[in-house]
Write a protein that binds this ligand. Sequence first.
Ligand code: HAM
Length: 413
Amino acid sequence: MFKRITGTKDILPQEVGLWQDIEEKSRKIFSCYNYQEIRPPLIEDALLFNRSLGESTEIVQKQMFLVKNQKELYALRPEGTASVVRAYLENSLDKTTGFVKFYYLGAMFRLERPQKGRFRQFHHIGCEVIGSADPGVDVEVISLADALLESFCIKDYKIKLNTLGCPDDKLALTQALRKALKDKLPRLCDECKERFKTNVLRILDCKEEACLAITRNLNIHEDYLCAGCKTHFLKVKDGLDALGINYEITPHLVRGLDYYTRTVFEISHPDLGAQDALGAGGRYDGLVHELGGPAVGAIGFAFGVERLLLIMDSSAHELIGKDIVYVITLGDEARKESLKLLADLRKNAIIADTDYENKSLKGAMRKANDLKAKYVLIMGDDELKKGTITVKNMASGEQKEVRLEGIIGELKC
Ligand code: HAM
């Protein structure tokens, strides 16, 4: 028997209701903020990600699902930002619309070691705002993330906020870190020894106890920031304060993708365990230019849907009875007639189903119960001759005979 690939998941019908709930709520909130949906392909030129996320990042180094064509190398998208920027430029939106606010929902792929909250195929709910460096957009995007969590009834999350500054500031921070970490190098984990050469900022993000013991004591303050980046960050904080959004300044927050500049944020939840990020995002003011477009600001974030589901109170989302009407027939004539009745019910937007497994009356009633049907309609050959049908209200147990032609009206009121 075939098995699903490690790190992937079957989302079975009893769980799909939750997914649809999250998707519907997200669409509603995104449209209130005037964001439009974009659906880029799931597969892209692999180089798009090398260029956007950075050659030395973990995703590019180890986690891309690569697909070799005869000459080209494709990748299943590990994230959405690079694809959205590519689509923005390829469709000349920089020249026509300029400023855009997009959102997306969909599968992402990373070849990671699976564990709680970490999959190889997972789903993002994300957004990207391209074409502005205004700190007001940072405030809008973070407040939008907050509004989404509120609509999912998620509580106790923490918004960690930091700024990486512009590329010059990032360089200053990198150099300061190199200096501070040089004599501590032998005590860092093997990966961080490598990061010291390729991407020293990522050492701040390492969760290894040995590295944490060193990085926790590093005094990282905003000295490396230029005046413009300091003002930008101040305006972001002021805007969030004005909206009453709680956040925690986290100087060690650097994020794992190279494209970030200035504002970065991560939203964590204590119930998630080791993989505690529900979502994350930030500014990537250099990426549009890096991919061949104009030098415009951009910012976005993405939530991991599987992680949202891990902490949502699933009891609050138990499948709500869908007001199903279940038709049970007794006899051949009734069976034939029931096909017309089912079609009629469905035409009138009533969810209707019947027994296709030749169950006994008792068995069919049990099935109706399992389906949480609101009404059962029992149609027998004798009743058919009289032009009637029996309606049973499953909640009250009340049962009555009504004229067949009046059944739609009876069920609708
Ligand atoms: P990211 O932090 O790599 O950012 O991913 C965002 C979220 O996706 C994470 O916080 C986590 O909830 C979820 N996630 C990541 N990897 C996995 C996995 N293997 N299994 C389950 N969930 C996962 C980005 O991808 C950026 N593109 C976000 C962004 C948008 N920045 C600017 N715009």
